[in-house]
Design a protein around this ligand. Structure first.
Ligand code: K1U
Ligand code: ZN
Length: 172
């Protein structure tokens, strides 16, 4: 089932999410709903707080080329355990901040651990867009948005645009 994506500003997008203790069918269904919501948007990632669930769960699939095999990843309790000194700049977007993009600098390569949807502990090194996206999604679990990396004036400008968008959507 497709879920509704929260738009910034929303207090739920500023919260630190709780670790997932035990996997359940309900959590697996939530992960499936998040993948459906992400592909429908369309997006390359989605974090549980973006649909109002304050638990440490993210999904991502950075395979963008049509005809390439999709690679959906479901990560419970993801953690960056090592980051490269080398950085990468990427023009990021966010499904909770529609149609706004800005350059963000992050470590180019990260090692991430997580629990997959079968309860297995996994570890993988991510580079390029995958590294950018997994860091963006883990930030969501800590109440941080990509606009928090921008200068205050630019952040305020984007926030005001989003307030206007929300007012317009509420009236429609
Ligand atoms: O977390 C989110 O809001 C999803 C976000 C992830 C992201 C994008 C860019 C850099 C880092 C993280 C998005 O998916 S925004 C949409 C987007 O980037 C995209 C949509 C369709 C095709 C390709 C990209
Ligand atoms: Zn986002």
């Amino acid at each position: 089932m497709k879920r509704n994506i929260l738009i910034h500003p929303d207090p739920r997008l500023k919260k630190v999410c709780a670790p997932v203790a035990d996997l359940s069918d309900e959590l697996r269904q939530l992960a499936d709903d998040m993948l459906e919501t992400m592909y429908d948007a369309p997006g390359i990632g989605l974090a549980a707080p973006q649909i109002g669930v304050l638990e440490r769960l993210i999904v991502l699939d950075c395979v963008k080329e049509e005809g390439e095999t999709p690679r959906p990843l479901v990560m419970f309790n993801p953690e960056v355990i090592a980051s490269s000194d080398e950085t990468n700049v990427y023009e990021e977007g966010c499904l909770s901040i529609p149609e706004q993009f800005a350059e963000v600098t992050r470590p180019k390569v990260v090692d991430v651990t997580w629990m997959d949807r079968d309860g297995n502990l996994r570890q993988e090194t991510f580079d390029g867009l995958w590294a950018t996206c997994v860091q963006h999604e883990i930030d969501h679990l800590n109440g941080k948005l990509f606009i928090d990396y921008l200068k205050p004036l630019k952040r305020q400008m984007i926030t005001r645009k989003m307030q206007k968008l929300k007012r317009e959507r509420a009236r429609a």
